[in-house]
Design a protein. Sequence first.
Length: 75
Amino acid sequence: MEFIKCACKITERQEKLQNDEVSSKREETKELIKYIKTKYENADINIFNSTQKVNLDTIISYKKAGKITNFLDEY
């Protein structure tokens, strides 16, 4: 099976790179998670769950409705 290649810059760049090189941060992150899963069984699930029930008092900054809020704004 061969997939259609889109005309985006990432596809173009991937074709130019050698087979072993990582061409995007997304791909690099996926490879890192795959590696971590070999060491820790539920690593991907734990990473996903870490985005839930976040205490905003402990976050450096966040973006909501286009407005960035930084913890320094309150101090």
